[in-house]
Design a protein around this ligand. Sequence first.
Ligand SMILES: Cc1cc2nc3c(=O)[nH]c(=O)nc-3n(C[C@H](O)[C@H](O)[C@H](O)COP(=O)(O)OP(=O)(O)OC[C@H]3O[C@@H](n4cnc5c(N)ncnc54)[C@H](O)[C@@H]3O)c2cc1C
Length: 545
Amino acid sequence: MIKDIVIVGGGFSGYMTGLLIRHTFGSADLWPELEITIIESSSIGTIGVGESTAQNVPILLNKVGIDPYKFMKEANGTFKMSARFDNWNYEGESYHHMLYALSTILDLKLEVQKTNLYDFFNPYSEIGIDILYYLANKDSGEYGFDNLVLENKVPFIDIEGKPQIQKIREGKLRMDGMVNQDLSYALGMHMDAILSVEFLKKACKQRNITVIDGKVESWKQNGKTGNLTELKLDTGRKIKGDFFFDCTGFRRLLLGSVFEEEWIDYSKWLPQNAVSLIDGGVKYKEGEDPNVFTTLDAQKHGYMFKIPLRDRIGSGYVYSDHFIDKETIQQQQLEHWNNQGYDPSIGKQLSWTPGRYKRSWVKNCVAMGLSEGFLEPLDGSALILSLGFLTQVFFPMFHKAMEFEGLDANHYNKEVNKAYEHTRDYICYCHLQRRTDSEYWKYFKDDNNIPDSLREKIWTWAHRPPRGYEKLSSSSKPFGIGSWATIGKRSGLAGGHNAQRDLQNFKLEKIGKLINKICKEIKEEVAEDAITHKELLDFVYNRYY
Ligand SMILES: Cc1cc2nc3c(=O)[nH]c(=O)nc-3n(C[C@H](O)[C@H](O)[C@H](O)COP(=O)(O)OP(=O)(O)OC[C@H]3O[C@@H](n4cnc5c(N)ncnc54)[C@H](O)[C@@H]3O)c2cc1C
């Protein structure tokens, strides 16, 4: 029987794991004997990056009873509605990959003539009429509120005197009800990596989770089963546990050192393995406001992420040290910012081997966060993956009498592996956009360096557009069919005349047009009441409390 859960690692994943388990299972009527201990090492510290998230962070905070506004304020955060891809196909290009597809919230009771297709399946979701229309029409607009993003606005009705804001002030409504039940999904979050972890640590302590500072130096395993039973800290303290989470970041203490699990290396497909960070972020210029999106700015040897926080832009240049040295990267990084009138300095350099463990759940231990695997920073996939695995895949099988081997663990590991491969393929797909001006960009386009699973998709989508039934996304897989369509439309690898042909073949043109019209109308209607990102941030920071 599980009584003591020990989480090793006090980074975002360790504290979030603690909070989510405490909230979901730790109530007095469900699992009163449950004890949760988090071990962190102040001498090692946390990774200190990871500042662009999606909607999952505010939604999960809200679920565990933490006001995401409060979190945002303490974590110097801002709102996020998209990732803007700059220069991935050609210099000067810029387009938004929206976090949320507006068309997915439509309740489709359309007054149109329906063919017999509808007797057996819903072509809207299974074929993806919205996707076909989007791919077939150059001027269809992006999926979500690209109209707002272009003006740095958020879908929020007027702050003063409107009922929603009143409810928020009175504490009756939280962020996931901010706009209305559905449109609020348009909003994700940027957050300061260090401050957000401090906030979560405090929240854990308030919720009866024991937090211990100490470095795990040795351990004991059950001689028969191999299960982990005890950890010994550098302070001499011993911590016993029945179930463990490895949240030790790149150190990967439990899966790596204790269980010596096999590492699956993705370097062949993802050569990018290093980042040069800007020290303390890039300071805004006088009068400059934070964007409501992350920028992914393609460069000659990789790309820069630019994450707008309240007081600075968190940024790093992601590259491959197989092709270029860090001195050249640092020089180009500084030139890039200096040319735009900023004066930052170079900070930490990090590197990693992209990949994952063969199994994330081994014996009585599950790895979460960087310790389970890491691909690279593009489009903030890491936290979406981990938090999705925990809440969507692990939680349904978690209980006090859980067996540590068998169907559950196998299922969990399969799901994690699928999601990692899916995300790896998406990152490669992004790199198949048209740039070829260095070894870095050419590498991805070499047929030998494209994963088989991605090659199959590309081949298929050359003959027909991506279809809704492929359901590439679930809550534990960050990038859905809309994401692939957005990238594929720009690179020319998906859509165009094939999508037009399919709309005609299935007699879906009229419906596609109608859905697009409805989306446009909603966008325009919401735009009338939208407020600027700055106004909303001022409200959160100055007037909400
Ligand atoms: C360059 C880069 C950019 C990224 N960008 C994003 C992004 O935009 N969006 C996103 O979602 N994710 C991003 N990530 C991933 C993100 O940083 C992590 O998913 C997130 O910070 C969670 O980290 P963690 O908690 O797993 O590890 P860490 O923050 O490293 O925490 C590890 C914890 O384990 C402790 N520890 C280690 N060894 C021991 C030991 N022996 N004993 C006791 N304690 C120990 C440490 O002290 C620390 O408390 C990025 C990652 C990198 C490298």
